[in-house]
Write a protein that binds this ligand. Sequence first.
Ligand code: ATR
Length: 288
Amino acid sequence: MATEKSVHVGVLGWPITHSCSPLLHRFWLKQYGIDGDYVALAVAPEAFSQTFAELPERGFSGVNITVPHKQTALEAIMTMGGTASGTTRRIGAVNTVIFHSDGTIEGRNTDVTGFVENLKEQAPQWSPEGPAVVLGAGGAARAVCAGLLEEGVKEIRLVNRTEEKIQELMQIFSSSIVPVSWKNRETALAEAALLVNGTSLGMAGHLPLELSLERLPATTIVYDIVYAPLETPLLRAAQTRGNPVVDGLGMLIHQARPAFEAWFGISPEISEELRAVLEADLRERGAT
Ligand code: ATR
């Protein structure tokens, strides 16, 4: 139970029952003996703006933002006179908010570093030299593209069902983005160094991702940002043919780390034990 002096943070989403973030941050709070709490707040879209504006007076030092509020949160922060980095504004989505003690509000998108740090950890052989194929053009895929471009990737073959969204990303980012229609997604795999699923396809309760890996080189790193199930059909298919794989749970943990540091002043460790706790939780919920 949090005391009056403790640091109060949480996550806003709708629905929120699926979120692993309370378990993740509470693990670190306990590990570092920090007097604080991390709560899940179910906030319907129509209640978001008001609930968000009231958080500082309710004693919150910060929050994470999840589906479907990431874009609305950025708008709310800007309306309230807050700040967000150039990358966060280009992506158009915020997943971490800091309510500073001087009253200022800052929005960040830690999915960008979360995506990259996890890639470097799970596939240290990755180099930005070769082309990357990214499936999806929603908020998550935008963070993926921003991360890859920051790392120096020269060619992103961006595949999305709705082609207007690819055009939007081409305008936001750079000429490094090569548009690919959804029906040509398998052709785009040739000579790719990295394949990323940035769509919701393959997630528990969603449609499967239909993608033959026949044209994918054997050394291509296959990264699925979906973490429920932990071993998605895409990752299983990649592993079966010997491709190195990167899972989405690592991205979840790596995006949480800079948020925790911003609120509590400690860059928390990513341990085997933490991963095991989160994997057990996903299994218990039938998501693996
Ligand atoms: P998030 O913020 O988590 O990225 P999102 O913005 O809703 O969520 O994006 C979901 C992504 O999954 C989009 O790229 C979406 O494609 P569209 O832009 O065409 O909607 C993709 N997606 C979802 N269902 C899909 C389907 N059945 N076939 C192909 N792509 C799909």
